[in-house]
Design a protein around this ligand. Sequence first.
Ligand SMILES: [Fe+2]
Length: 256
Amino acid sequence: MGDLGVRSVKSYLKDLIKKHQVDFVIAQAENVDNGKGVSVLKYLELKNLGINFFTGGNWTLFNPEIYSYLNDPNEPIIRPANYPSNYQGLEYKYLNTKFGQVLIISLLGKIVGRDLKIDFKNPLKTADDILEKEKNTPKIATIVNFHGDYSSEKVVIGHYLDGRVTAVIGDHWHVPSNDARILFNKTAHISDVGMNGSLNSSLGVKLDIAIDRWLNGSKLKNELIKEDDLQFNAVLIDFNIKTGLANSIKQIRLTS
Ligand SMILES: [Fe+2]
């Protein structure tokens, strides 16, 4: 989330990669450009900080300068797969690792108050279609990112895909949920992985603005907090490259 999100990644990621011998890192970047979308500059900066692939959310298509990257199968960034097909960006992509390819899919759930008029495809059916289309492509893992508001959707999609993908990782709340676990058929799941960025804010936005809007109905625009303590939220997943199923999922939450 915003510049403090980048600062949080800068502060923590390299040490974590080393400490846990992480093979690849996947992150959501839809809010990195001052809360709205992802600029090319921020995309390149985050890649340099050790992130190997970027998933998509409801703000991914906000900044048109990222469209050519979303359309290029070799650039590791996607938008949610269930936008209508005439939208910019490929539906899914593969990340190449030294062990083999990883299929990565983002899906959008119902988002409160935004994009309600867009005729999104059903995320469960979209996942089914992609998995069917890609069933014969060699891969060591399939990672699904579910960008949703409704806790029920976030839980249900984990069970729906259980045993068919390596992990279903929820986000968009910016608040981590405490339910990371391996589901019955060995898919790693968490309802929401949380955000990276400011600790004492309304999901990155200055508190006085958020409170004034709520308390007094003011029309103040969101303004991201520029200086604050940091939080870093992530999950660490260990999986079997032969079966593509998960052995463990561990939540990481650091603050400073
Ligand atoms: Fe979002």
